[in-house]
Ligand binder design. Structure first.
Ligand SMILES: [Zn+2]
Ligand SMILES: [Zn+2]
Length: 312
């Protein structure tokens, strides 16, 4: 980012980034790795949860408790268990909630983000107790985190993204609080203790409700070649790229790893703002503006929405 883009702040549009040099069509502008991600139930069976490699045929090895994560090999399942047992019960509970697929992905992504936060704050060094089959106590040490984790990425990077919480309004924010309460109920107490030390229950719910807003304003989708959504991720390193209904760049994702690259759609001259789209560009102007206002809280001022006035 340092020698490719300049990130600036403006009073009316927040952070934005301009090209420090020209980018030819199809060139890579920047790439970001996910801080946390989740997949639809259907797609989960086609991706190894340990390596994030995608397969054409459904995988046959999976976690029998939650049936939410699949592995390419027994070895990967064994490696993955030290990490996965942290989220397994939470995933089972989230799956049982009467929520649509998008909200389930949101909950699972945030569950993983909070586990990472706990891990950053020392959970990995601890031996912890996990109850198995209600009676049996099992001691597990978390030594392995998924190899796809970019260890330079931290919760503070996710937290630095805009949440627009003040613009949600009380009713919409309270709905996020109710989701946060469910997430708290689903997650292991130990994780929450590590992730939110010295916070009381109300404070944790408030922080998670804001994290939900932050996810909603910043998440990127993964899609199948047919265009169906297969997952979602928070990718702090590219989240400051603004929207335009006539964008000069596109986001392209790569597996294994789930990174997203911002690629130039056309030749971009030095000094031009880098933009991608946040909405379906086949919508008409009224519907685009309505969608952007409702979800991202801004009035789009792009050249397609506000064409330059003709000189008389
Ligand atoms: Zn599981
Ligand atoms: Zn626009």
């Amino acid at each position: 980012v340092k020698n490719k883009l300049q990130i600036l702040n403006s009073d009316n549009q927040g952070r934005f980034s301009t090209a420090l040099h020209a980018f030819p069509k199809k060139s890579e502008i920047l790439t970001g790795n996910p801080y946390a991600y989740a997949f639809t139930k259907r797609f989960a069976s086609h991706i190894c949860a340990w390596t994030l490699e995608v397969f054409d045929k459904p995988l046959q090895i999976y976690c029998s408790h939650c049936k939410e994560v699949y592995y390419e090999s027994e070895e990967n399942r064994a490696n993955g268990f030290a990490y996965h047992h942290q989220e397994c019960r939470a995933f089972q509970k989230i799956h049982a909630y009467p929520l649509n697929s998008s909200y389930k992905m949101l909950m699972k992504t945030l569950c993983r983000a909070v586990i990472r936060k706990a891990w950053e704050q020392g959970l990995s060094k601890q031996t912890q107790i996990q109850k198995c089959n209600k009676t049996q106590l099992k001691y597990l040490e978390i030594i392995e985190v998924p190899p796809t984790w970019d260890k330079n990425l931290k919760w503070k990077h996710f937290e630095s993204l805009v949440s627009n919480r003040d613009q949600y309004g009380i009713l919409r924010f309270n709905a996020r609080k109710r989701l946060a309460e469910r997430l708290v109920k689903a997650m292991p107490a130990l994780i929450l203790e590590y992730a939110f030390p010295k916070s009381d229950a109300e404070d944790i719910i408030d922080q998670l409700a804001e994290a939900i807003c932050r996810y909603e304003c910043n998440c990127f989708g993964y899609f199948s070649p047919k265009g169906d959504q297969t997952g979602a991720a928070v990718i702090p390193g590219i989240s400051f790229i603004n929207h335009s209904c006539a964008p000069n760049s596109d986001s392209i994702f790569y597996f294994p790893g789930g990174s997203i690259t911002i690629q130039a759609l056309r030749d971009i001259p030095e000094g031009e703002e880098i933009t991608i789209t946040y909405c379906d560009l086949s919508l008409n102007k009224k519907d685009r503006q309505k969608y952007l206002k409702h979800n991202y809280f801004f009035d789009c001022q792009c050249l397609r929405c506000v064409p330059p006035k003709k000189l008389k």
